[in-house]
Design a protein around this ligand. Structure first.
Ligand SMILES: [Zn+2]
Length: 72
């Protein structure tokens, strides 16, 4: 039997809090019973945290200097 898992696009959107309301409940129900998707969601969470941290570092430093913005 083939198990249908949550699409990566949906896991990414869920991690960002942007998954459509109609898709959120079925996704959460699936996550309760699927360790594979919970692991994949954890990796998305980690990736998004890392990207946000990198963006903060970049936007607060080199980009602001390159744009001639103050460092306050
Ligand atoms: Zn799954």
């Amino acid at each position: 039997m083939t198990t249908l898992h949550i699409l990566d696009d949906h896991l990414e959107a869920y991690s960002l809090g942007r998954l459509a309301a109609a898709a959120t409940a079925p996704a959460e129900e699936h996550l309760l019973g699927c360790a594979d998707c919970r692991d994949r969601l954890a990796r998305w969470d980690e990736y998004i945290r890392a990207m946000r941290a990198a963006c903060r570092t970049f936007c607060d430093g080199p980009l602001r200097r390159a744009a001639g913005l103050s460092q306050d």
